[in-house]
Design a protein around this ligand. Structure first.
Ligand code: PNS
Length: 163
């Protein structure tokens, strides 16, 4: 049976760390769904359509990557999509506690679905969406840390808010 994986997240915005995990996942699983969480943050910088648009643009070359949205419980979405695996990225030990809790809670909710942790390439281990937004908003360079389309859209947001 083909293995279908779901990679859930807020992706506000998508970083090159996320991209690295998704590209690795696309090599490992038959199909991987990038599932953008609708309600993860009540006031995201990028709207849901923007986040979906960015991910579709970045992965347009990968035929086994699908971009979708989900609302409510992740495990229900995963089961509804008939996926067997949840993929989460682990960057450092500091990620572990929260990820461990989530994985065990999801395991309790549906023991048939496995959480698989994947490590990004070393150069992405310190990147987070939160840090990208903070550094960019304070005038720091984020080139090489996010896809070009994200960098461009961040610039548009800043110039839009100044207009
Ligand atoms: O990119 P993030 O913010 O680390 O993603 C977290 C996310 C969206 C995967 C997590 O908050 C989630 O699964 N939300 C959906 C609601 C849910 O199922 N909560 C219980 C998790 S055990």
């Amino acid at each position: 049976m083909p293995t279908l994986a779901v990679y859930p997240g807020s992706f506000d915005p998508l970083t090159n760390g996320h991209v690295d995990i998704i590209r690795r996942g696309a090599r490992l699983f038959d199909r991987i769904i990038v599932a953008v969480a609708v309600n993860a943050d009540k006031s995201p910088l990028f709207s849901m359509p923007e986040r979906v648009d960015i991910a579709r643009d970045v992965f347009r070359d990968l035929t086994n990557v699908e971009v979708d949205t989900f609302d409510g419980l992740l495990i229900e979405y995963v089961s509804q999509r008939k996926a067997q695996v949840i993929v989460r990225g682990l960057r450092a030990v500091s990620d572990f506690e929260f990820e461990f809790q989530m994985a065990l809670m999801n395991q309790r909710l549906d023991g048939r679905i496995e959480t698989v942790f994947m490590m990004p390439a070393e150069q992405y281990t310190y990147i987070s969406s939160r840090l990208i937004k903070e550094v960019f908003s304070l005038g720091g360079r984020v080139h090489g840390l996010v896809p070009d389309t994200v960098e461009q859209r961040l610039r548009e947001k800043v110039s839009g808010s100044r207009a």
